[in-house]
Design a protein around this ligand. Sequence first.
Ligand SMILES: NC(=O)c1ccc[n+]([C@@H]2O[C@H](COP(=O)([O-])OP(=O)(O)OC[C@H]3O[C@@H](n4cnc5c(N)ncnc54)[C@H](O)[C@@H]3O)[C@@H](O)[C@H]2O)c1
Length: 305
Amino acid sequence: MPEVGGARVLVTGGAGFIGKRLVAALLAEKAEVTVVDLNPHPDPGVVSVVGDLRDPGVRERAVTAGLDAVVHLAAVTSVLRSVEDPAGTYQTNVEATAGLLELARERGVPRFLLASTNAVTGDVGGVRISESLALRPLTPYGATKAAGEMLLSAYSGVYGMRTSALRFANVYGPGMLHKDSFVPRLMRAAAEGRGVQVYGDGAQLRDYVHVDDVVQAILLAWREDHDGPLIVGSGTSVSVHDLIDAARTVTGAPIPVEHVPAKQGEMPAVVLDISAAKALGYQPRHDLTSGMATVWPDFTPSAAE
Ligand SMILES: NC(=O)c1ccc[n+]([C@@H]2O[C@H](COP(=O)([O-])OP(=O)(O)OC[C@H]3O[C@@H](n4cnc5c(N)ncnc54)[C@H](O)[C@@H]3O)[C@@H](O)[C@H]2O)c1
């Protein structure tokens, strides 16, 4: 079984939301961590390669011989930005991924884990999403992640690299101050005594998974030598209203709601089958209330001082 302790690992996007949490867990396991990111990693115990992964020279500096694994998190992560700039999204999410894989092959790196998304399957109505569904992404973001998954599959098939595409649900947790997704929006609204806009009737179902459960799944996929796609969620879908209620409970703020017309193309439901991850030993530890309580301290007025 591959060891994480003592391993040499490159984390791309390691200065981001999920990356920082993963790097902390890897350091706790005594892994040797290098981060490549547009921004330096704040921990001096981490080797930082600062630069843009679209630049082949930056990739060259990051992927060194002797690495035991690459965890590839760096990406254009916003669906909206991907719609505005599909070509730029392709360069970051596909070309840079292909470049990293090729260097990993040339330099004998045996393991490559990619942050993918359940958006690769597109709108399946209320059907429970498992790894066996066809990929029909509806946005440049989903399409570029699906393309990344296909590249991983080829490098596994032909070169024997162990490649794992971890399809994260909506991730939340500490460290989201720079994010504009719904959970940090709720927290900002609570802190500032404002309300939030809800698209449509708020009955849309989503799976929210805590960042520490995501980190658990990444380490598990590595240790269990997992190869192929793997859905990583909480396994419980909640409505936008449930999410707002949990935020009200945790923050004590009323967070009034204004309903606005639903956005075109929004999926009515995301219901995830996490049995494959569970079969590897994955067990989500946070429910919505315990998880939301870990996000709130970043947004309280004393934290901002
Ligand atoms: N957060 C979620 O809900 C979620 C859900 C599904 C999948 N994912 C995936 O997980 C990964 C990490 O997401 P996150 O939420 O931590 O995002 P984030 O934006 O907080 O972190 C991404 C990091 O990648 C870096 N980066 C972006 N483009 C780069 C480039 N060209 N060169 C070098 N570094 C670059 C950024 O500087 C940032 O530090 C992404 O691949 C994202 O698509 C996230």
